[in-house]
Ligand binder design. Structure first.
Ligand SMILES: [Fe+2]
Ligand SMILES: [Fe+2]
Length: 400
């Protein structure tokens, strides 16, 4: 059965999750306190009939007109907010695609997250990091599907254009036991994983928002191309290499989710409407919950060195507890660090959260990760367009 996450599923979810526009309008109207008691129409009607619109009444009418205008805007997304939500929807579709691949091989396949049949050898290697990994992979996947489905449904409910990347689901699947053989948006078999998030959250004096570059936790994972899933069943025959694949996945899980952890607060600074802000502030911290879990589990990756039998690329997972606090595995609570200005006391924060260019920075990070190797120029053009539109959105009316 082909259970690919495609537009059919999205549409079905739209049908069950989204209120028809008339219902939304009805719901909105019930929270407009001034509507029934003192409407603009009744006020103007009486004034015109009396033929004596005083200056005071004129000002009042203008105020009421402006108020009604503001209320009408609640039913429609402002351009900048729509652009931010659209970029986030695209990012969530991408996240869902990669998590779906992990779930097919190493998670739990059920009606919530269908597709795939599981790869027992890979699942066991991933579970070396924690016995609950299959559940966590399933739940992270479920969350990402819900993120893009909600964002697209919300966009549609406000007359905005949902994001659809289905035409780019063309990259090959793993041929290993457990994976569906369907077109993918993302490539998990040629990853270059930036593991500087590890030291970034353990440093008390550096912050990328100040231009600082932090050292890699797993330097060999940050160069060359590494697979995070078995490409074929041959990849599961050498236990040492299979564990290297599982370790790679463990750090990749954290890399992806720390990206979301920064992206949402970075973009929230430029959202203008209360409800759109509420969406970003409500989804964003779930990415942080994912990241916190994953960085704890990545710390359990057993130290090893392995050479990819297909590509000849070597990877070494060192003992992270051998080199002091900047790598220590149980330091998973964010270390206070510099924020806004070095003259302030250090503070425990999400980092980075610079808003200028945040969407393009996220797209560049995903591209550098190797996730899109094999995608055509049209894919990058569309994603760049979505990111630039989001970055063009400015708080307070600028850039709209
Ligand atoms: Fe997400
Ligand atoms: Fe995520």
């Amino acid at each position: 059965m082909n259970t690919q996450i495609d537009s059919t599923i999205i549409d079905r979810k739209h049908g069950s999750n989204v209120l028809p526009e008339t219902e939304i309008n009805k719901a909105t109207e019930t929270i407009k306190p001034s509507k029934g008691s003192f409407s603009r129409r009744s006020f103007l009607g009486k004034s015109l009939a009396a033929g004596a619109v005083t200056m005071g009444a004129g000002l009042l009418a203008n105020t009421l007109l402006a108020k009604e205008g503001n209320e009408k805007e609640k039913g429609h997304l402002k351009k900048g907010d729509a652009a931010i939500l659209r970029f986030l929807a695209a990012a969530e579709i991408i996240e869902a695609d990669l998590w779906q691949q992990y779930n097919e091989l190493g998670g739990i396949q059920d009606s919530e997250v269908p597709g795939g049949t599981g790869n027992p050898a890979y699942t066991a290697a991933v579970e070396v990091l924690d016995s609950d990994m299959a559940q966590y992979i399933h739940d992270n996947t479920d969350d990402e599907i819900s993120h893009f489905t909600f964002l697209n449904a919300y966009l549609a409910s406000k007359g905005g254009e949902p994001v659809d990347l289905d035409q780019f689901r063309t990259l090959p699947s793993s041929q290993a036991t457990g994976a569906q053989n369907i077109g993918r948006l993302t490539n998990l078999m040629q990853l270059t994983v930036d593991t500087s998030f590890w030291t970034r959250y353990r440093s008390d004096s550096l912050n990328p928002d100040f231009g600082d570059t932090l050292p890699q936790a797993i330097p060999t994972l940050a160069v060359g191309e590494h697979t995070a899933i078995p490409r074929t069943d041959a990849d599961t025959t050498d236990p040492n290499f299979l564990q290297a694949i599982a370790n790679t996945a463990g750090f990749h899980f954290a890399f992806i989710e720390q990206g979301g952890t920064s992206l949402y607060p970075s973009l929230a600074q430029r959202v203008t409407q209360d409800e759109a802000l509420r969406i970003l502030l409500s989804i964003g911290p779930t990415e942080t919950m994912h990241f916190q879990t994953w960085q704890d589990k990545a710390g359990n990756a057993p130290p090893l060195t392995a050479v990819d039998p297909v590509t000849g690329v070597s990877v070494t997972f060192p003992d992270l507890n051998a080199d002091g606090e900047i790598l220590q595995t149980n330091l998973i609570m964010p270390e206070p660090t510099i924020f806004l200005n070095r003259t302030f006391p250090i503070v425990s924060i999400i980092r980075p959260t610079e808003t200028d260019g945040a969407a393009m920075a996220a797209l560049n990070a995903l591209t550098a990760d190797g996730l899109f190797i094999g995608q055509p120029p049209e894919f990058f053009a569309l994603l760049t367009q979505l990111a630039q539109a989001a970055d063009h959105a400015r708080h307070g009316g600028r850039g709209r």
